[in-house]
Design a protein around this ligand. Sequence first.
Ligand SMILES: [Fe+2]
Ligand SMILES: [Fe+2]
Length: 546
Amino acid sequence: MKISCFLFAFLLFFNISSLYSAPKYLRLSYTGDTATSVAILWNTDTDTGSLVKYGKKSGNYTMSANGTSFKANGALNYVHEVILTGLEPDTTYYYIAGSDSDGFSKENSFKTGPVENNECGEFSFGYLGDNRPDPTFGGGENWPQILDQCAAHNPDFTINGGDLIIDGDQIDQWVKFLGWTEKVASKIPFMPAIGNHDDGPGQGDSANYNQIFALPRSAGNFGSDTEDYYYFTYGNAIFVSLSTQTFKDGSIPFEKQAKWLDEVLTNNPRKWKFVYYHHPTYTKNVVFDISHVPNEVKQNAAFVPVFDKHHVDIVFTSHNHWYERFEPSACATSGNPGSDQPCSVGANSFDKGTVYVVSGGAGAFTIPGLLCGTMKGRAKCSGDHHYIIVKIRNETLTYEAYSAYPQQNKIMDSFTITKTKGNCILSPDAGYEDITADIPADIISRDTDEKDASADVFLMDIQDTSVQTDTGFYEDIPDITEEDSSADDRISDDIINNDILIADEESGRDIINGTDITNGYDINISKDSSASIQDDSAGCGCSLLK
Ligand SMILES: [Fe+2]
Ligand SMILES: [Fe+2]
């Protein structure tokens, strides 16, 4: 009798255990406003509820939110997604996730992003890429340690350049990745870009990658209505994840994505702009093709003009398993947008070009640093495993690359970018409709010719003939309509989209003599009337592209 009771209890326990579907692989991401919402995802083996209980004090869950679940591919089983909205900015919340019937996770916490106002506060993010194991080359499983080292800096979120696993259609690899990543991603939102190893089965919503993550979907005329490329904003910064693995459509490769990017950067002006995708724009092709070639999927001709036009601050890529950081580059501005080689505008000329980074060292076997060699326009190369931390405090950006496990965890590269003080949200994009409010900041940031920076630029709205007084940076600017209204050469033909005229008041010569450069370069500033509009060889560095 005693034995049968024991057996019954054992069988009952075993049966209940097998039915119990505990939440696992918790992960956070953004699908909307980063100041007031967060997406919480997890997996279960059976179809259970999707409930998050949360509050501002540990153990005191005063609020709750239900979400949805769906049966994902194979052993991913059920993916649960709860999006918390209406949160307070810059606030820490504690949460548990699961269901009343099957239990909840242990408590985790997260912090919402800063509210968008003139004081954007301080935040930081991490960049990692190619965290997959690399058994082909005897590489170890370094990702959990490197992710931990990155997380020790308390970044507000991490972005990732892709190659999260080796074979995107192999669910067991995703399960391993999710297990390794949960410790950090359950507290710090994880925002990936899709790598060439991450795809499949199929493209878009059918792929494991897309089923595992909840990311914003690209919308509009040039969107894909998938999560393969997307953007989010965080305080005074915008982050755009492009896909160099999928959606190559266009008359040139990736033209559609480039148009979408142009729209996104125009409609979401931010002081700091970051773009990340998998395949390097510029990189050194090491002997015997040990490393991938630059511009491998021919994305540069479509993307680089948009980066230059909006002055993206940093482009992060991965794919080559080492670290490279290039001097600020502006190939489209210099007339060669599809170049495979960087077009340096000066080692520290962050106001004139975009910094391109290759960071493929968060786990996979790395190319030995001995093979770095030299390369024109490259500021740093290393074969160490690594991760990157970027800190932003209003107008100052601090970039630090750290070597990581199994190498010593220490800074191996750093730089600082300081922008003009001012409204921390509105960017100086030429393409933005409210351009008149922002152009002074852009001019001052790009015009680094100190001896010439007194009062030689002003703006005029051709249509209503009002002069933009440019008060932030150029005082006592004479009104062109009063002082020099007969100067025909100050009238730009570029009135198609931008009623802006830019001239050098002092010499009266430095006018953009007006042809609209219809391929998207609608506004330019030049200090040398003899120089062609796109030719910045005079060194003024003040080409301003729409
Ligand atoms: Fe890779
Ligand atoms: Fe790759």
